[in-house]
Design a binder for this molecule. Structure first.
Ligand code: NAD
Ligand code: UGA
Length: 483
């Protein structure tokens, strides 16, 4: 039953990397809609409400300005989950869907317990006709589960003389971290999957406030759910493809930047997502591909499952390949050697470290006995501690005698200053493409490092000429021109 003419109140469950920025942009573009973003995590909600806009829980260029404009007007952050579901015409489910750690499908299938709990809350607290929108990335056919919970609750409500009815839509999010606001303001497309045209139209109307009509695609609900997983799988596949070729470049005298440019000029291939790096990170690529692999296995398609699983396997191999070659270049051992890690976020312009290649590479180097001084302009030492599952040792900052490093093998500390970081170091490893790393004064750094010293550039952002002029050894991803 559709009895709404327009959406006036939105409730978004989940104030994370997707819920926060997405709702901020909708609020900015639709001043006539009241938006409540709710979350179980009180600390996160307090950060969203912090007077100091530099202390929002998510660092995303342009986000603070929008939150500053809309917060308290038509954008509100709270933990009033039940109340805000009750007043909403439309509820977005934007909660986490990580890979299951145990039970059936462990290590591959998505854990849907948070999504299910949202559906149950909506079933219990919604009033009247509510459109429920899947914003989280979900396995194809999850809408069926949500519908069965919602429709199942309708008879309960009738017994209590309450009226309730629901429509479920899929509206996956394609934003990338670091460019989230740009992506939301000017999306390549908005995808809406569903069966009820009126409900789809109501959601489409919201986006039409700033997105051209022709960019709003409508599909059936299963195509929409599957298209999101497929988009991430295709993007990740490009990165694994180019990274696998980078290893071949290093072995043959080719240069991955030249190969990327040459193949990217073919309009059928296209030039985006062809930058070889330390391997893809982020909370979604690995999780979503493994979910696809699980689905393919579940539906009896092992060849399809194996094809996509290789994308993740190559990524894993590639990350370890980098750790191994660092050890090899540093004369076969890094025990007691000081290595500066530049960048811990999984990409530039975000403070997110989930599945960052820096985690794998740092863990490998720590296991080998290196002493890591880690720098990142947006990631805190507390985040690094939690990612590495190893406490920071501040004492190593006090070491003056090079030999004393040997006593502290396998330790790490956080360092805010890149130049201090390089004092007495044997190597500098660039793992995130922060712009400030491309502006480093290598002559100054060189004076501070122990010789022979190495610079490893896994992101192709360092000037080879300047590093070599500064008398430093240089390795760069996919560069076989020095063999
Ligand atoms: P996140 O972990 O940053 O945020 C999820 C939030 O949901 C958390 O704050 C958590 O406390 C809250 N939550 C969980 N269960 C809840 C409940 N029952 N009631 C209230 N709050 C609850 O996750 P995210 O990165 O925003 O991702 C959310 C979804 O969006 C995932 O499915 C992800 O795959 C998808 N996605 C993420 C991105 C991205 O760039 N991070 C992009 C596109 C899609
Ligand atoms: C990715 C997709 O790009 C988004 O469309 C999608 O919405 C999102 O996942 C999601 O579902 O979570 P995100 O992970 O935020 O976005 O960032 P990307 O720009 O895709 O980068 C992912 C990883 O690939 C990063 O580690 C990045 O450094 C790496 N990458 C990217 C490369 O190594 N080379 C490239 O050319 C591009």
């Amino acid at each position: 039953m559709t009895n709404k003419k327009e959406i006036k109140n939105i409730c978004c469950i989940g104030a994370g990397y997707v819920g926060g920025p997405t709702m901020a942009v909708i609020a900015d573009k639709c001043p006539h809609i009241q938006i409540d973003v709710v979350d179980l995590n009180n600390e996160r909600i307090s950060s969203w409400n912090n007077d100091d806009l530099n202390l929002l829980p998510i660092y995303e260029p342009g986000l603070a300005e929008i939150v500053g404009r809309c917060r308290g007007k038509n954008l509100h952050f709270s933990n009033l989950i039940e109340e805000k579901i009750g007043t909403a015409d439309m509820v977005f489910i934007s909660v986490n869907t990580p890979t299951k750690k145990k039970g059936i499908g462990a290590g591959k299938a998505s854990d849907l317990k948070w999504v299910e709990s949202c559906a149950r809350q909506v079933a219990k607290f919604s009033k009247g006709y509510t459109i429920v929108v899947e914003k989280s990335t979900l396995p194809v056919r999850t809408a069926e589960t949500i519908m069965s919970i919602l429709y199942g609750s309708m008879s309960d409500k009738i017994h209590k003389n309450q009226t309730a009815s629901f429509e479920v839509l899929s509206n996956p999010e394609f934003l990338a971290e670091g460019t989230a606001i740009k992506d939301l303001e000017n999306p390549d497309r908005v995808l809406i999957g569903g069966a009820n045209n009126d409900a789809m139209e109501l959601l489409s109307e919201i986006y039409r406030n700033w997105v051209p009509k022709e960019k709003i695609l409508k599909t059936n609900i299963w195509s929409s759910e599957l298209a999101k997983l497929t988009a991430n799988a295709f993007l990740a596949q490009r990165i694994s493809s180019i990274n696998s070729i980078s290893a071949l470049c290093e072995a043959t005298g080719a240069d991955i930047r030249e190969v990327s440019r040459a193949i990217g000029s073919d309009t059928r291939i296209g030039s985006k997502f062809l930058d070889s790096g330390p391997g893809f990170g982020g909370s979604c690529f690995k999780k979503d591909i493994l979910n696809l692999v699980y689905l393919a296995e579940y539906f009896g398609l092992p060849e399809v499952a194996n094809f996509w699983e290789e994308v993740v396997n190559i990524n894993h191999w590639h990350q370890h390949r980098i750790s191994k070659l660092i050890v090899k270049k540093l004369l076969g051992t890094v025990v007691g050697k000081k290595i500066c890690i530049l960048g811990f976020a999984f990409k530039a312009n975000t403070n997110d470290t989930r599945e960052s290649s820096s985690i794998t590479i740092c863990k490998d180097l720590i296991d080998e006995g290196a002493i890591l001084f880690i720098h990142d302009p947006q990631v805190s030492s507390a985040q690094i501690y939690s990612a590495l599952e190893k406490k920071e040792n501040y004492q190593i900052k006090e070491i003056k005698e090079q030999n004393d490093f040997l006593k502290y093998e396998g330790q790490w500390c956080f360092e805010e200053n890149i130049y201090n970081c390089s004092e007495g170091a044997d190597a500098i490893v660039v793992l995130t493409e922060w712009e400030e790393y491309s502006l480093i004064d290598w002559k100054d750094i060189s004076k501070r490092m122990r010789k022979p010293s190495w610079v490893f550039d896994s992101r192709s952002i360092i000037s080879q000429q300047e590093v070599i002029k500064a008398n430093l050894n240089f390795w760069r991803i996919g560069d076989g021109t020095n063999i």
